[in-house]
Design a protein around this ligand. Structure first.
Ligand code: NAD
Length: 498
């Protein structure tokens, strides 16, 4: 955890200067038509700075600069070991600026600075180090063919990769996209979320300082329906890697079909279930993890376990433990290290969560916690909330609210709960708690999700793929497998007869 005090963070904030301009071809620039968007601190609703609202022209300029850089080959055609040096230098610079980057994340989107410093920033740094090393371990292939030919399969970078990312873990998710794409030699254009552009904008300057050639990494802040859509529809973008809502993910599939059939990799929403079986004997531990799994980062986590199924015979014993754990996630000032949760990202998301809870209650769910709305009105704060529900079709068991709200439901048998857990459009994560080894394997096999946790939740490592199934998308971030998304296979036949 962070060793910085509240006062330390406030002191650091005094020294910060906010850069909100786009980064194109190696320097900061305003949007061509000078348009900006306000960058608001969710903890006090005050404007921190303005960020560039990039138009179609700005995005076109970024794409053309990225293409030129790719064609020049100063990055794409140097050896993996030369790229490794630059990416490791970037990781070193991020480590040197870790506190500044953590504070930018906190002020920009409301998460606690302590969490950003303990988790988001180290994860982003690890990601660059991992892919820097990984590219020197990838081999091409010579395949079995007839005696008189040689057939090789080589991997080539795709060219221009665009990354459109969300606001909940801004720098970490940006890194999951751009580190493997840069490592394999692509030029990359990042479109950060409107609510959280500051860390990506800062990263671009650090990358230049590390030695990344101009044009290889561009950052175009702006609106999804303008800058994001322009990238999605662009005929000179070869790949679009996206994390965000399922609705927007579907749009990117359409943009691809309407333009150049660019590859699209989607990481979308989730409504992940967690199951507590009555043979699991450490209910205190299960309750603590269940609460953390939904309330960390104010519930703004794609793998948040927002549905909890507890077996009938332990339900009454488990409930008070869960309520006591939930209480710990009362939101507070994100710069105060005592706060386990910060502010909701913006007014829209705040209103959406409240409306969702009201609709779930109107549909029969029962509120077990005192109040969703926090006493603190200075920022967009919401309290941890648990809704008990016996109907799996209720909104709280089906729709992603992306806030600190848990849907809780009883179940009777293993078969019943597998059916309930799989009754969802999503398939991102799933957790189960049991002391029975056979059950752990049996249920894991049947749960429709990209990631399963047994007797834990949300463990992760840069070496292990991250991603989902069904309408949670099909891309995989992290791990060696992510490198495949940003390269193309080329088969070359060489006739040996002459
Ligand atoms: P969002 O879909 O609204 O926005 C994501 C990005 O897409 C932003 O940069 C936004 O500007 C852009 N965008 C929005 N509308 C667009 C359009 N019409 N055309 C092109 N681009 C557009 O999502 P969000 O609210 O920023 O993030 C929350 C969502 O992200 C949740 O659903 C969450 O589950 C999901 N998420 C998924 C993962 C994962 O790995 N599966 C990780 C984090 C977040």
């Amino acid at each position: 955890m962070s060793t910085l005090t509240h006062q330390d963070w406030l002191n650091l904030q005094q020294t910060l200067s906010f850069e909100g301009r786009a980064w194109i071809n190696g320097s900061y620039c305003d949007a061509q038509d000078q348009q900006t968007l306000p960058c608001i601190n969710p903890a006090n609703k005050q404007t921190l700075t303005e960020i560039a609202d990039c138009s179609e022209n700005d995005v076109n300029r970024a794409v053309s600069g990225a293409r030129d850089a790719f064609n020049r080959g100063e990055w794409a055609r140097i050896s993996p070991s030369q790229r490794r040096v630059v990416l490791e230098k970037l990781a070193d610079l991020m480590a040197q600026h870790a506190e500044e980057l953590a504070l930018l994340e906190s002020l920009d989107m409301g998460k606690t600075a302590a969490d950003a410093l303990a988790f988001d920033i180290p994860e982003a740094i690890r990601c660059f180090r991992f892919y820097a090393g990984a590219i020197e371990t990838i081999n091409d292939e010579v395949l079995p063919t007839a005696e008189n030919v040689l057939a090789t399969v080589t991997r080539e970078p795709l060219g221009v990769v665009a990354a459109v990312v969300p606001w909940n873990f801004p720098l970490m998710i940006t890194s999951w996209k751009i580190a493997p794409a840069l490592a394999t030699g692509n030029s990359v254009i990042v479109k950060p979320a409107e609510q959280s552009s500051l860390s990506a904008i800062r990263l671009a300057a650090l990358a230049a300082q590390a030695g990344l050639p101009d044009g290889v990494l561009q950052v175009v802040p702006g609106q999804g329906k303008v800058a994001g859509q322009t990238l999605g529809l662009h005929n000179d973008v070869d790949c679009l890697t996206f994390t965000g809502s399922t609705l927007t993910g579907k749009r990117f599939m359409t943009y691809s079909a309407q333009s150049n059939l660019k590859r699209v990799w989607l990481e979308c929403g989730g409504k992940s279930p967690q199951i507590i079986f009555d043979d699991y004997d450490n209910l205190e531990r299960a309750a603590a993890t269940a609460a953390a799994a939904i309330f960390i980062n104010q519930g703004e986590v794609c793998i948040a376990a927002s549905r909890l199924y507890v077996q009938d015979s332990i339900y009454d014993r488990f409930l008070p433990l869960l309520l006591a754990e939930a209480k710990k996630y009362q939101p507070g000032n994100p710069l105060n290290p005592e706060s386990l949760a910060g502010a909701i990202v913006d007014q829209l998301q705040f209103d959406r969560i409240i409306a969702g809870v009201e609709e779930a209650i109107a549909g029969g769910a029962k509120e077990l916690t005192p109040s969703l709305r926090s006493e603190c009105k200075e920022g967009w704060f919401l309290n941890p909330t648990i809704l008990e529900c016996s109907d799996n079709s209720n909104l709280i068991m089906q729709e992603e609210l992306f806030g600190p709200v848990l849907g809780l439901c009883r179940f009777a048998t293993e078969a019943d709960v597998i059916a309930l857990a799989n009754d969802s459009n999503y398939g991102l994560g799933a957790g189960l708690w049991t002391n029975n080894l056979g059950r752990a394997h049996r249920v894991s096999r049947q749960l429709q999700a990209g990631m399963i946790w047994v007797n834990s939740y949300a463990d992760g490592a840069i070496t292990v793929p991250f991603g989902g199934r069904k309408q949670s998308g099909f891309g995989r971030d992290k791990s060696i497998h992510a490198l495949e998304k940003y390269t193309d296979l080329k088969s070359t036949w060489i006739d040996l007869n002459e």
